[in-house]
Design a protein around this ligand. Structure first.
Ligand SMILES: *Cc1c(COP(=O)(O)O)cnc(C)c1O
Length: 465
């Protein structure tokens, strides 16, 4: 990275490649129809650029693969466990680390050990599996995002913040004895990949300490949040991303982390804890449901890849290049007249489909329509975050209440696509923006009662509205 010359490029070169499928327009049309117009049902080999998720989709490094080949698969006390454990103990400062196979296993184990039925879990925004696991523990998830987060166009640098005033009110209000946990999601994946500031984490931590409520991080993107703090928050410009991340973990009583994102590996997660008692309860649950406490559902080779990935991910050259690549895509998209949730984060861009496809009302699912059009025109797969996912739908599949926004998420896998691939995405999108009325609306043909986005089937409405 030649910062002095304003040239920023990824601090790696490509050693192993995987070919990507390129289909004809007719093949894509057929594939999408066969998938019930639900991109989740496409086969990955029908997708040219896959921006469905940044989870577990990153590329590993030669160093990670070399470490993996030396993985120790001993049932208990494996060498690989000690490497993973030391790396995380140094990074987080937590005395207790429990490995899990992915983030949601950590959620289930922590919440069932910490939350009592009827208690409330407060968050800047619960991620969807986090939300579900709080409910499965019999508790109530409550989102208190900062008010700036609701203005998609605002350039406020920390729209991932928790609403501190609302937290204060909750901690002294009628429900105060029911608050069992405050959980900060960094970065805020549910709300536009926006970071939380250190000042916000400190304020939340202090309040929780004062009221003796446990304060935890959901740190799936701890390194990306640290990078954005270093760029945007006064006083942190000479801190390394790793120092910022460590400071953030220090502010909390513990964490749950999916390592499928900033672990730079396909699988993995961990629970970090200060409390010895809570550790003992979680450990018993872990051994019964995930695996012994020195592997927790992971192979030794996964632990090795993670131990190395956790170092690579806090490299300033890597984070700077990744942030620059996402920002470059954001700029191209904005130049073509498509609005995104501002300011751009790192792991994903959120397109304002409701505004772009304003000829489609929410009950024709403009976000879904834009996602389908990106596939039909360019073989690009992404995820709807609008009324199809978040709205309420009755048993005749009619939309009865819509989502606050009709968004489409373009998630950027780590170290996978070059700027040339992303330029292609911008070009396909710019073409849609020139003729937005080409995009047809959709109606639901069948939907399961739970986990709708994954299994719903749709069909295009007869004519463009
Ligand atoms: C991905 C994610 C999770 C769940 O992790 P999995 O590894 O997918 O189970 C939890 N919280 C956040 C913020 C996430 O992004």
């Amino acid at each position: 990275m030649a910062v002095g010359q304003q040239v920023i490029f990824p601090p790696y070169r490509i050693k192993v490649v995987e070919s990507i499928p390129i289909l004809t327009v007719e093949e894509r049309r057929q594939a999408l129809a066969d998938a019930g117009y639900n991109p989740f049902n496409l086969r990955a080999d029908q997708v040219t650029i896959d921006l469905l998720s940044d989870s577990g989709t990153g590329a590993t490094s030669a160093v990670q693969e070399a470490a993996a080949s030396a993985g120790d698969e001993s049932y208990a006390g494996a060498r690989s466990w000690f490497r993973f454990h030391e790396e995380l103990r140094d990074l987080t400062g937590y005395p207790h680390i429990l490995p899990v196979h992915q983030g949601r296993a950590g959620e289930r184990i922590l919440f069932s050990s910490l939350l009592k039925p009827g208690q409330i879990c407060i968050s800047n925004t619960h991620f969807d599996t986090t939300h579900a696991n709080v409910e499965l523990a019999g508790a109530e998830p409550r989102d208190l995002p900062c008010p700036e987060a609701m203005d998609l166009d605002s350039e406020y640098p920390f729209k991932g913040n928790l609403d501190i005033e609302a937290l204060k009110r909750a901690l002294s209000g009628p429900d105060r004895h029911r608050i069992g946990l405050v959980l900060m999601t960094v970065t805020n994946n549910g709300l536009g990949a926006q970071p939380a500031s250190m000042a916000n984490l400190m304020a939340a931590s202090e309040l929780c300490g004062h009221h003796r409520v446990p304060f935890f991080l959901d740190g799936a993107r701890f390194a990306e949040n640290a990078w954005l703090v270093g760029q945007r928050e006064p006083g942190y410009d000479d801190w390394t991303p790793r120092q910022i991340a460590t400071r953030a973990f220090q502010l909390a009583d513990g964490c749950i982390v999916s390592l499928k994102k900033d672990g730079l590996s396909a699988i993995g997660g961990f629970i970090g804890l200060r409390s010895e008692q809570l550790h003992a309860r979680c450990e018993a649950n872990l051994i019964a449901t995930e695996g012994f406490s020195t592997y927790g559902g992971l192979a030794g080779r996964d632990l090795e890849r993670l131990a190395v990935g956790l170092r690579e991910v806090v490299d300033a050259a890597y984070l700077g290049a990744r942030a620059a690549s996402t920002a470059r895509l954001a700029q191209k998209i904005c130049e073509s007249g498509v609005d995104i949730v501002q300011p751009p984060g790192i792991h994903a861009l959120y397109l304002n489909a409701g505004r772009l496809l304003s000829h489609l009302p929410p009950h024709q699912f403009p976000g879904h329509a834009l996602g389908c059009q990106l596939y039909l025109d360019g073989g690009i797969r992404c995820a709807e975050l609008g009324s199809l996912y978040l709205g309420n739908i009755d048993d005749q599949y009619r939309l009865v209440s819509c989502a606050p926004f009709e968004l489409v998420r373009l998630a950027i896998p780590r170290r996978v696509y070059t700027d040339t691939h992303l330029d292609y995405v911008a070009t396909v999108l710019a073409d849609i923006a020139r003729h937005p009325r080409r995009a047809r609306g959709y109606r639901i043909v069948s939907a399961p009662p739970v986990l709708r986005p994954f299994k719903v089937r749709l069909e295009p409405t007869a004519v463009a509205a």
